[in-house]
Ligand binder design. Structure first.
Ligand code: PGA
Length: 257
């Protein structure tokens, strides 16, 4: 049965007041609904505790956008997974292309974070994806394979289902140019096949999200792809009406599947 996770990556947007207004609007749009999809919002660190409290009784989960892999210590400016867990955060996004390209995070660091998140019983969302140059040079699947091999190093069959993978072509993030349905079908089929070849049939249960200019207009075309289990949504998740439309699209797809 198809599963769906609709996740909002707010990036560096919303102070705690703005975050409260945003999630109250989203929750308001979900009242009286029995949801088949899982809904997630990932605010900046300073709004996390507020958002967890506001959403305490709401069918909306809360995630962070980053973490450090050590539980504590001399890491100025960092936040540990234990600190996130303590305030009720359930998910952590890692390996986002903005963290890779702007902050120089590499696959080894991402692998350390991933293992620490699993050990702490939180849920990692691992972002992978090729740049435009890599796609134009025909290297898309080499890149995805390389990133998965490094980021999932020492992850076993018994843990693979705990990891959500987000395929985010770098060139589609924040550009308004989503990958085409054909490109998404090809990438997600490849990812599912790769995961099954490595981990066996348990990999059928791994949630694979698409991210990159997903919005209310293209949601139906993207989310209805067989091996797409939801979206990691940046810009459009900051507009609560648009986010609710995307959730509705996901709900309709699940109802008809
Ligand atoms: P976007 O961002 O939806 O604004 O393209 C997606 C992401 O960065 O996760």
């Amino acid at each position: 049965m198809k599963k769906m996770l609709i996740a909002g990556n707010w990036k560096m947007n919303c102070n705690s007041f703005e975050a409260t207004v945003l999630v109250e609007y989203i929750w308001g749009g979900l009242l009286e609904k029995i949801l088949k999809s899982e809904i997630l919002v990932c605010p900046p660190f300073t709004s996390l505790e507020t958002v967890v409290k506001v959403l305490e009784k709401a069918p909306v989960h809360v995630g962070a956008q980053n973490c450090h892999y050590e539980p504590k210590g001399a890491f100025t400016g960092e936040i540990s997974i234990q600190m996130l867990s303590h305030i009720g955060v359930e998910y952590v996004i890692i390996g986002h292309s903005e963290r890779r390209s702007i902050f120089g995070e590499d696959d080894e660091l991402i692998n350390n974070k991933l293992k620490a998140i699993i050990n702490a019983d939180l849920k990692p969302i691992l972002c992978i994806g090729e740049t435009l140059n890599e796609r134009n040079e025909g290297k898309t699947f080499d890149i995805l394979k390389f990133q998965l091999e490094k980021c999932l190093e020492s992850v076993t069959e018994s843990d693979i289902y705990k990891i959500t993978i987000a395929y985010e072509p770098v060139w589609a993030i924040g550009t308004g140019i989503s990958a085409t349905r054909e490109q998404i079908v090809e990438a997600h089929d490849w990812l599912r096949t790769y995961l099954i070849s490595k981990y066996g049939s348990v990999a059928n249960d791994v949630i694979i999200l698409y991210g990159g200019s997903l919005n209310a207009k293209n949601a139906e075309s993207v989310l209805s792809v067989k091996n797409v289990n939801g979206g990691l949504i940046g810009g459009a998740s900051l507009n609560p009406e648009e986010f609710l439309i995307i959730i509705n699209v996901a709900e309709n797809i699940l109802s008809n599947s």
